[in-house]
Write a protein that binds this ligand. Sequence first.
Ligand code: SF4
Ligand code: SF4
Length: 395
Amino acid sequence: MKKLEDFADDINKCSKCGLCQSVCPVYKITGNDCAVSRGKFVMLDGVLKGDLKLNKNIEKYLDMCLKCGKCKDFCPSNIDVCEIFNTAKYECAKNTFHGKVEKFLESKWVFGNVLKIFKFFVQCSAGFKPLTRDYVPPSPSRGEGIESFSSLQPCNSATVRLLYFQGCVNNVYPKTERAFKKICAHLDNVEIIERDFDCCGLPFLSSGNMERFEEVKKHNLQLIESCDFDYILTDCASCESTLKGYPSPGTTSHPLPQGARVETINAAEFLAGQDIKFEFKKPVKVTFHKPCHLANDDFLKPLLEKCENVEYVEMKDYDECCGFAGEFAIKNPKISRKISKQKALNAYETGADYILTTCPACVMGLHQGFLAAGKKAPKIMNIIEFLSLAEIEGK
Ligand code: SF4
Ligand code: SF4
C-alpha cells in the first residue's frame, strides 16, 4: 500500500499555475483555493515537509473533491490527483475515531448486509422476481459473429461471452441489468455470464479505506480469473473506470484462463457495435449527461443512429460533473446540490423528454438537481433502459 511520501515527486510537480481552477466544479462554486488540487497540493507539501499535520481541517478539504479527474485531464504536469488524495485521506482517517467508524460501516459484514436488506425491500416493493445466474439469452442461431465497433474487437468464437459486472446499484435494483438482458434476447450471439461480484471498490477508495478496497479487488479478480469470457461488461461508468484500474489480469500475479482476453467495456459501447435497431413508436427528444468516469462516449452517435424517432439535443456542458459522487454529496450537501442544480438546468433547457446517462450515481445527481432547481424532471435513466423501451430488431 502506497504512502503519501511516495507521491512527494508528483506533489512537487505542481507548478501552482492554477489552471485546475478553471475546470474544477467545486472551485467554481466555492472560489476556495483549498478545494482545488493546487491548494490541496500546497497543504500536502506542507505535511511532507513537516510544517503541517494531517488534521481534520486538511481532511475536510480532501473530502471536498468529487474525484471527477477534470483537473488531472487539464493539468500540464499530468498529476494523478485522485490517487494522491485517496492516499492522503487514508493516512488522515486510519487512526481517528471517525475513520474507524467509517471502516466499520464499510466492512464486508455491515456493507454487504445493508445492501442485502435494501435489495430485499426494493425488489419486494418493485415486484421483482429473484435474479438467476448464468443467464443465457435465447439463441435462434441467426447470423455469424459481431459487427465490431471502436475498441470492440472481433472475437474468436461466433458467440460473445460477456462477464457481467453488476455493481452495487444493479445488485439492489437490477433495472438496467434486466433492460440489457431484454435487448440481448434479440441478439443470437451473446452469452451473459454472471458471478457474485462484490462492489467494484470505488466508494472505499474514495473514503481512503484501502484495506477494504484491496479486499473487494482480490475477491473480484479471483472471480474474473476463474471465468472464461471475452469481455467484462458493465453498465456503470464508475465501475468501468475502477475495473480498468485493477492490476491487469494476465500478468504473473493474475494469470488468465487459457485463451481469454480481458477488456472492460460498457453496455452502451457493446450495443453500438451490434447489428440492432431500436424503433420508438412516437418521436422522442433525448439529451445525454456524460459521467466524469466515462472514459469516452464515442458510442453515443452510432448508438443513437440505430434508433428511429429519436432526436438528440446536446445540453450545455454535457460532460460537466453532476455533483453527486456518493460520499461527496453526504459530506458536502450544499455544494453538491448547487453543482447538481446547474446540471439539471442545462438539461432542462434542451426540452428533452429523456435525460440519458451511464451511471446510477449520476441519475441520483440529476434528480437532486431538479429538486434543487424546483423544476419538474423529465425521465432520467441509463441509456440501456431507454433503449429497452423500443421495439427491438436484432441479428
Ligand atoms: S493545473 Fe496542475 S500544475 Fe497547475 S496548479 Fe493545478 S495541479 Fe498544479
Ligand atoms: S478531482 Fe474534480 S473536484 Fe477534485 S480537485 Fe480535481 S477537478 Fe476539483
